[in-house]
Write a protein that binds this ligand. Structure first.
Ligand code: GDP
Ligand code: MN
Length: 418
């Protein structure tokens, strides 16, 4: 029961967040939005200061803007706070700011502590110009509510801020609108959203169009999240997306080749990229116990086991059905790239593959990389020929600990780490 609960926690939390999505940059998210007729803050992406100035000139021709916003393109939010979004009031400032931002290690509340290196900037038109009415910033996201099995639109008048903070301090200022999957977003729902945001006249009509196009973009691109923070009402009552955080469903990329090309592997965890190339299902996590398992379900249970023993898993890794020596070795090497790993737990069920073959694979891999492995290895093999496999490991002369029972494996993880 305990690990059933922990497992649900894992499935709903970390793994879903990391496993089934592809992140893209703001400029790419805005391209998708624009292709569905969502009004966006116009911008042109640039790789260096020279391109940035050319982009600014082109923007002035196309939109008439005199000021520009230089926006760091990294897969993390909170860029404004970290100094990754700056206003430029002329072309000299575009050069200067781009020089500073491109190449910098940008630190925001959503990046790793060392920050993320910026490779590109988006040069965007200034949309906060003064006019007949005030500008207002709203929050809006479309996302899948997994508990309800429905998409929903979440929105708030408190835009431009950290939405987690709004949710915590003033939850009554966040509204949600659930979408019935059989009939899709209804007109009255879009109008209700515009109304709840306090809009009237032109801005109201613009918002209705905005919400409808945003939802169409979300559905059409097979995304699991579109977060627009802020949605801006300009001083001349246009409604547009100033920012775009988009998660595309990884499993839908086969039918979205245009979007698959938007992947930027430089932004992704390098160990995960390498594992993917090796055909391994690997997700990097924060704990200290590396694990190698066959089958996603058993991998979940193994992570629960590690938690049950009082530790945190360093990764999720499903080696799949063919756990031969080569594959086991590749998996070892990948797990060991994570400097936080203090022990490795191998938990394989020998159903299709026989346990003694896996055991031989582990022993061979260990022989091959003996000096590279500096952490204790615990192997639990269960299923066909489990006992032979245990003997094979115990007699190998290698410092590998073997277990047959689940609990035994947990105890050995504890013993190895305490
Ligand atoms: P984030 O910090 O990563 O969420 O990046 P955003 O794209 O949301 O930009 C951060 C902030 O920059 C916004 O909340 C705005 O306050 C500001 N900003 C964005 N575009 C403009 C613009 O056109 N003009 C001005 N003056 N400020 C802008
Ligand atoms: Mn934002």
């Amino acid at each position: 029961m305990l690990y059933h609960l922990i497992r649900i926690n894992y499935i709903c939390g970390t793994l879903i967040d990391k496993f089934y999505i592809m992140n893209i940059h703001e400029y790419q998210g805005k391209e998708i939005l624009a292709s569905y007729g969502v009004r966006v803050q116009r911008g042109i992406v640039a790789n260096n200061p020279v391109e940035a100035v050319a982009a600014a000139k082109q923007l002035t021709q196309e939109t008439g803007t005199q000021w520009y916003v230089v926006k760091a393109q990294i897969h993390a939010g909170g860029r404004g706070k970290g100094g990754g979004v700056k206003l430029a009031k002329n072309l000299e400032q575009v050069t200067e700011i781009s020089e500073n931002i491109i190449g910098m290690m940008l630190k925001t509340p959503q990046t790793p502590p060392e920050g993320k290196q910026v490779h590109k900037v988006l040069i965007a038109e200034d949309v906060y110009y003064p006019g007949e009415s005030e500008t207002s910033e709203f929050y809006m996201s479309v996302l899948l509510n997994r508990a309800k099995g429905r998409n929903m639109i979440m929105y708030s008048t408190e835009g431009g801020m950290d939405i987690e903070e709004v949710a915590e301090k003033t939850p009554h200022l966040i509204f949600t609108e659930e979408i019935d999957p059989n009939i899709g977003l209804q007109g009255f729902q879009a109008r209700k959203i515009a109304f709840n945001l306090g809009l009237s006249g032109t801005a109201f009509k613009e918002m209705v169009k905005f919400v409808e196009a945003l939802y169409a973009a979300y559905i059409g691109s097979d995304s699991s999240m579109f977060e627009i923070n802020p949605v801006l009402k300009t001083s001349d009552n246009k409604i547009l997306a100033v920012d775009a955080k988009v998660n595309i469903d990884d499993n839908a990329l086969f039918r979205q080749p245009k979007y698959a090309e938007m992947r930027d592997v430089r932004e992704e965890n390098q160990i995960e990229v390498e594992a993917k190339e090796a055909g391994l299902n690997y997700v990097d996590l924060d704990g200290t116990v590396g694990c190698m398992v066959n089958g996603a379900g058993l991998a979940m249970a193994t992570m629960d086991l590690i938690k049950y023993a009082g530790y945190e898993p360093a990764n999720f890794l499903d080696v799949g059905g063919t756990a031969d020596a080569k594959r086991v070795e590749t998996a070892f090497r990948i797990i060991l790239k994570d400097p936080n790993v203090k022990a490795i737990l191998i938990n394989i069920f020998g159903g299709i593959v026989r346990c003694d073959r896996v055991a031989q694979g582990v022993v061979d891999a260990y022989k091959n990389m003996g000096d590279d492995i500096k952490v204790p290895i615990i192997v639990r093999l269960q299923g066909t020929n489990a006992e032979i496999a245990k003997e094979l490991i115990d007699n190998s002369g290698m410092p590998i600990l073997s277990a047959v029972q689940f609990q035994e494996a947990a105890d050995q993880v504890k013993a190895a780490l305490s």
